[in-house]
Design a protein around this ligand. Structure first.
Ligand code: G3P
Length: 232
């Protein structure tokens, strides 16, 4: 894993604080995290939608009713025309819809057209800095590097984030970096240290860093001391 301290001099300061997107299509999880004030947006993908066993567009509409922020909905087509047809239809559902497009040659072509039409895009399944550079040059609103899946094949996913942030800074691209395939709280911590724009976080991971055993222990001991003093 990349050293947290030794790379500090390379860190890139973004304009706003790290945004938290929720990486789920589950309405209960979205409601719960939103009630904490911790959801700036939502990302879905075909696997997350399939897990819910409900109609795709209904799920997307439901999410748009809960969260007032960017909501990524992914196209299924692999050819440019098919992607554009799906994208234009999805974009009509709600003003907050962001079209998730796979990082392929056709995906890049579609991103370019959608960007010219003023439709927000999220280029997904990004595994190299040059893919991220292409996405930015095509006018992508967001880019989604999958760091957990890189870690899974023994490649440090956070190095990819560091390189993309550096490239975007070098050339002042406005494409926002969504750290995706987040598997644990350290991925979120390192995203913040590197100056990524957004981390899209599974609910289970958000729940993990919302609490700390020492916080719980401290509350218990404060309460116990308080109650003892009342009985004296
Ligand atoms: O939303 C896409 C991405 O976050 C998927 O994560 O855990 O399936 O690699 P994962």
């Amino acid at each position: 894993m990349m050293g947290l301290i030794c790379n500090i001099e390379h860190f890139h300061k973004r304009s706003g604080p790290l945004k938290f997107f929720l990486d789920t299509a589950n309405i209960d999880e979205i409601r719960e995290a939103y009630s904490m004030g911790m959801v700036d947006g939502v990302t879905t993908n075909p696997s997350l939608i399939a897990k819910e066993g409900r109609d795709f567009e209904t799920i997307i509409r439901d999410i748009c009713e809960i969260v007032d922020g960017p909501i990524s909905a992914e196209v299924i087509s692999l050819d440019v025309e098919g992607m554009l047809k799906e994208a234009r239809h999805l974009a009509e559902i709600h003003r907050n819809i962001v079209i998730k497009v796979p990082m392929t040659v056709d995906g890049i072509k579609a991103t370019r057209v959608l960007s010219q039409e003023g439709i927000d895009t999220n280029v997904t399944l990004v595994f190299s800095p040059l893919q991220a550079l292409m996405a930015a040059k095509a006018g992508a609103t967001y880019v989604s590097p999958f760091i957990g899946r890189l870690d899974d094949v023994s490649q440090d996913g956070m190095v990819l984030i560091e390189q993309i942030v550096q490239i975007y800074q070098n050339y002042t691209f406005h494409t926002q970096v969504i750290v995706a395939s987040v598997r644990n709280p350290l991925h979120v911590l390192e995203s913040a240290l590197l100056g990524a724009d957004i981390a899209t976080i599974p609910f289970s991971v958000l729940a993990k860093f919302a609490s700390h055993p020492l916080t719980d222990k401290g509350i218990q001991s404060f309460l116990s001391d308080w109650n003892k003093s009342k009985t004296c």
